[in-house]
Design a protein around this ligand. Structure first.
Ligand code: HEM
Length: 500
């Protein structure tokens, strides 16, 4: 028997619910405005609040920076039902991530992350508390410690050499550097995390990056939490559950394969470490918790580093003076060796400045990850009520003329003889965040950026296929990447050797 509800009944119910929600939202926003009148922000419309000001072709971090220029470095936006504060200066970021860090250490529960991260039991979306503290401890002591990262040196060197050899085999032709660098980065992360590249790496990469994209997306229905049916009606829930089902299947296979090989006493990669901790029982970890952690490491670990390499190469092509200087340094340090290895990489002082300057102008997560205020808090005389969502515009902060001379210019020299670093102590430069929620993957990420860049600069001279300006348009995905893939023509450097 077929069960049908007439269409007009669905439409009437939908309109009724929308009308009730509108009344509720107006009442709520009036009540909130009594406490929030001090925080400046653009005018709000009933029901949608400030959403209309975010619409348009511009990327969100740019639109928010333009609004902040008018309304100030701490700005209130009503995004549907979600009261949101946007922070756009180093001083305000320090208030949130240092002075009041503990109050803002929580993450909001997002519909999508609940599905993709096994009910927020990964590291990035897990609520601030004991479980999250255990995971961070596992990261710093076991998974992403200096010793563990060093143990992956040979994996990095091999994968980067493969990249160089593939490029050499295309001598004189334009290569899709973006594609090659991303593939190398997935290879390094997969071997470090799983001990080998996945059987069906392409399917895995595509499903994980699809999941990560929806996770980091600014989805409208996330801003109307009381209208849960929107997720169903819009098809969002179904779409995310479908992607997650596929990711879960692949992650499940990885965990099961590792259980078998551990039983046979083989290897020690990141999944093995997690399974060992699970077996010891020190930290209660279910298989789903382990899958959620692998998802973070693979999602956060691979694409981010590749994106930094891609932007650094783009900036150097745009600024040949910088490229020549960085090449001269790496060729001088590794002169006579015919190749770059990690032992001498600490001598590449200028390259380190190039990487910092790239992260200043192109932070991979321009808005960091959202935070949530866990209790009423006062910042510079502004009252921020509990449950307010906080967005920190690291991209705007890195281009703030109050802190940076000629901020739009790519000039690595600004970091020479400067103590400013990305480890969360200089709030004008926070590409990895700061405070309790700072990225735990810095030690893992840095060599994955330094080594490929040094090798690309050592082995080749680079030019664009056509004599035209390089397109630097950004696109929002898991991270902010180049919109078009970077196509460059390499010319092998005479002193570089071919490694079999
Ligand atoms: C260039 C590379 C990378 C950049 C720019 C980057 C940036 C960030 C940023 C901005 C955050 C949010 C910090 C905040 O909310 O204050 C973050 C969080 C995180 N990152 Fe990274 N990341 C990178 C590489 C990695 C790697 C290699 C891993 C792991 C292997 C990783 C794992 C994580 C995790 C687990 C979190 C969540 C931390 C928490 O919420 O406690 N990231 N990252």
């Amino acid at each position: 028997m077929e069960f049908r509800i007439p269409l007009f009944q669905i439409i009437i119910s939908f309109l009724l619910v929308l009308f009730m929600a509108a009344i509720k939202s107006v009442r709520k926003s009036k009540a909130r405005n009594l406490t929030q009148k001090l925080i400046p922000g653009p005018r709000k419309l009933p029901l949608i609040g400030n959403f209309h000001q975010l619409a348009g072709p511009g990327l969100l971090h740019r639109t928010l920076r333009d609004l902040a220029t008018k309304h100030g470095p701490i700005m209130h936006l009503q995004l549907g039902q979600v009261s949101t504060v946007v922070v756009s200066s180093a001083e305000m970021a320090k208030e949130i991530m240092k002075t009041h860090d503990i109050v803002f250490a929580n993450r909001p529960f997002l519909v999508v992350s609940m599905i993709t991260t096994y009910e927020c039991t990964d590291i990035a979306f897990s609520p601030y508390g004991n479980y999250w503290r255990h995971l961070r401890k596992i990261c710093t002591e076991e998974l992403l410690s200096a010793a563990r990262v060093n143990s992956f040196q040979s994996i990095r060197e091999e994968e980067v050499l493969n990249l160089i050899e593939t490029i050499k085999s295309n001598e004189g032709l334009a290569v899709n550097l973006s594609e090659k660098v991303f593939s190398m980065s997935y290879g390094i992360t997969a071997r470090a995390a799983f001990g080998k590249k996945c059987k069906n790496q392409d399917a895995f990469v595509s499903v994980i990056s699809e999941e990560s994209k929806v996770n980091s997306g600014f989805l409208v229905s996330e801003f109307f939490p009381s209208l849960k049916f929107l997720d169903v009606v819009s098809g969002l829930k179904h779409r995310v559950e479908k992607i997650h089902g596929e990711a879960d299947r692949i992650l499940g296979n990885i965990v099961n394969d590792h259980k078998e090989s551990i039983a046979k006493g083989k290897r020690e990669d990141l999944v093995d470490v997690l399974l060992r901790l699970q077996e010891n029982g020190e930290v209660p970890l279910t298989d789903n918790n382990i899958k959620a952690i692998i998802f973070d490491i693979f999602g956060g670990g691979s694409e981010t580093s590749a994106s930094v390499v891609e932007w650094a190469m783009s900036e150097m092509i745009k600024n040949p003076r910088v490229m020549t200087k960085a090449q001269a340094e790496v060729r001088q340090v590794f002169q006579g060796k015919g190749n770059v290895d990690e032992t001498g990489i600490h001598q590449l002082k200028y390259l380190k400045c190039v990487i910092k300057e790239t992260l200043r102008l192109h932070p991979v997560f321009p808005l960091l990850l959202p935070r949530e205020c866990s209790q009423n808090c006062e910042i510079n005389g502004f009252e921020i009520p509990s449950k307010t969502r906080v967005i920190i515009n690291a991209w705007a902060i890195g281009r703030d003329p109050n802190h940076w001379v000629e901020p739009e210019k790519f000039e690595p020299e600004r970091f020479i003889n400067s103590s400013v670093d990305f480890v969360g102590t200089n709030f004008e430069f926070i590409p990895f965040g700061a405070g309790r929620r700072i990225c735990p993957g810095i030690l893992f990420a840095v060599p994955n950026v330094e080594l490929p860049l040094a090798q690309l600069l050592f082995h080749f001279d680079w030019k664009l296929p056509k004599q035209e300006d390089i397109d630097m348009t950004e696109e929002f995905g898991l991270s902010v990447r180049r919109k078009t893939e970077l196509m460059l023509i390499p010319t092998p450097y005479r002193a570089s050797i071919t490694v079999s």
